[in-house]
Design a protein around this ligand. Structure first.
Ligand code: NAD
Length: 483
């Protein structure tokens, strides 16, 4: 039995003070324990915050390009370990190897990207009204950043919060999701080896209600960046802003793709199919609603049903079309939504069945589900399922399509498939979503563009990624110099 993996606090690998541990099982075969982790609590989180707080000033004083050099080296170390990290990610989270490999590459690229951004870290010079006076602004780190992340992108999301925070001179305490914490600890390991000073990077595995709330409540944490469900995100935001911490919460989605009457239906089926069933529908930007013009409705429903039927399901390590759910809770929740959709009167076209035969019976596998005739009052139209369940809704015209697309409390990502330029522009103008895409799937966004939602998908305080992340992790000082 391998030793439980430890937390990373103040430059050391340490056991949880309580001695508690947690097992992570393989979602494709729950008889296999992939890793056991020390399960931290409040005292472990406080030790991490204390270390971060003590070390941050010196890190902030280091020239930004020197911090960048450590990030660049971190990227290089991750790149050397890409294969091993990919396999770890798949074994803990379940996604197919090719998706996991893309995600690991994303984390590598993020470290390289912010390594270079560090060179430009500075401020602006402004015109001054008084003579012999100069006015400028400079960006300074916020201080200690508490980072709380979900399980569905267990290396990319920790990376896209850690790298900009570190590049700009903050110290971080990361609490990864317990379902797949391995990749986040691997980031700490790479940063350690790349020369990050003790205390600058801390990773504590533990529950949201102990480690998470310690970060949101601690007086020594200056900023909280959260990604996860809307329900938890709103609580985290309230707790963090209660004592005026800077906070951002990026949360759930119920993302639509509109298919207009001018669309190439085969193209629309591919776009929706990949968006809905890629990574088992467990993406915040997953396509969960297709809103389809009546003239192409029957053809689209037949096409997407065939797409779902043709997907091969299997363990992520075999790189199938679709892998398992991450854990029992997510698996049962998808099956519940399938029952709810049937009860509410949606037409069941295909899927939503537990796979309980053969080699897959020990994993959290569900066949991809398509429901048609879904109406906006149904729960599968309104609520985030976070599984491979697509709701298809028929509309009479383009105006109705936009209205129906906007008719949820979420607003993360939306797309349209159309051959009509005017419709494309109209869709961009009228979509209540933080990300809008024309003739593309709702999932996927490059690392340098702002990412965040409207409505209940985000607190809309700051965006993530690119320059937006630098804004979140810095504060601006305005300097008057009368000489
Ligand atoms: P979750 O909200 O259950 O958990 C997210 C993190 O918050 C975990 O680390 C969890 O331990 C922690 N947490 C739980 N309670 C807490 C508390 N009271 N205080 C502090 N921390 C707490 O989400 P999940 O199941 O891990 O992830 C899936 C969700 O994440 C989906 O809703 C998905 O849409 C969303 N998500 C959003 C984005 C985005 O960028 N908008 C990206 C990926 C995932």
């Amino acid at each position: 039995m391998p030793e439980p993996k430890q937390n990373y606090v103040n430059g050391e690998w340490v056991a949880a003070e309580s001695g508690d541990t947690v097992d992570v099982t393989n979602p494709a075969d729950t008889t296999e324990v992939v890793n056991t982790y020390h399960y931290g609590g409040e005292s472990d989180a406080n030790a991490a915050v204390e270390a971060a707080s003590a070390a941050q000033g010196e890190w902030a004083d280091m020239p930004a390009p020197d911090r960048g050099a450590i990030l660049r080296e971190t990227g290089a170390i991750l790149e050397e370990r890409k294969e091993e990290l990919t396999e770890l990610l798949t074994r803990e989270e379940g996604k197919p190897l090719s998706s996991a490999s893309g995600e690991v590459q994303r984390a590598i690229d993020i470290f390289y990207y912010y390594a270079e951004k560090a060179y430009d870290f500075g401020g602006t010079v402004k015109g001054a009204s008084g003579g012999r006076t100069s006015v400028s602004t400079r960006k300074e780190p916020v201080g200690v950043a508490g980072l709380i992340t979900p399980w569905n992108y267990p290396i990319a999301i920790p990376a896209w919060k850690m790298a900009p925070a570190l590049a700009t001179g903050n110290a971080v305490v990361l609490k990864p999701a317990t379902q797949a914490p391995g990749p986040a600890l691997e980031l700490a390991k790479a940063l350690d080896e790349a020369g990050a000073p003790d205390g600058i990077v801390n990773v504590v595995v533990g529950s949201g209600s102990s480690v998470g709330t310690t970060l949101t409540d601690s007086d020594d944490v200056d900023a909280v960046s959260f990604t996860g469900s809307t329900q938890v995100g709103l609580q985290v935001y309230d707790a963090a802003t209660d004592d005026t911490k800077r906070a951002q919460a990026e949360m759930g989605g119920k993302n639509p793709t509109i298919v207009t009457d001018s669309a190439d239906v085969d193209e629309a089926v591919d776009i929706v199919g990949v968006g809905a069933f890629g990574v088992t529908g467990q993406a915040c930007t997953a396509t969960s609603r297709a809103i389809v013009h009546t003239d192409v409705y029957d053809e689209f429903v037949a096409g997407i049903t065939e797409y779902a039927e043709s997907l091969d399901i299997g363990p992520g390590l075999d790189d199938p079309g679709m892998g398992p759910h991450v854990n029992e809770g997510e698996f049962e929740s998808t099956l519940d939504y399938v029952d709810i959709a049937k009860t509410e009167g949606a037409t069941h076209e295909f899927g939503g069945d537990r796979v309980d035969e053969g080699d897959l019976s020990d994993g959290y596998f569900v066949t991809p589900a398509v429901f048609s005739d879904v109406t906006p009052d149904m729960r599968i139209f309104q609520e985030e399922v976070f599984g491979p369940v697509l709701a298809v809704t028929e509309v009479e015209d383009f105006d109705e399509a936009i209205e129906v697309a906007n008719n949820t409390e979420y607003g993360l990502s939306a797309s349209v498939v159309t051959d009509d330029l005017a419709e494309a522009h109209e869709f961009v103008d009228r979509s209540e979503s933080g990300v809008v895409k024309v003739n593309e799937k709702t999932t996927g966004l490059e690392l340098h563009v702002p990412f965040g939602g409207y409505k209940q998908s985000s607190t809309n305080t700051f965006r993530e990624q690119g320059d937006a992340a630098i804004d979140f992790f810095t504060q601006t000082k305005t300097v008057y110099m009368n000489h």
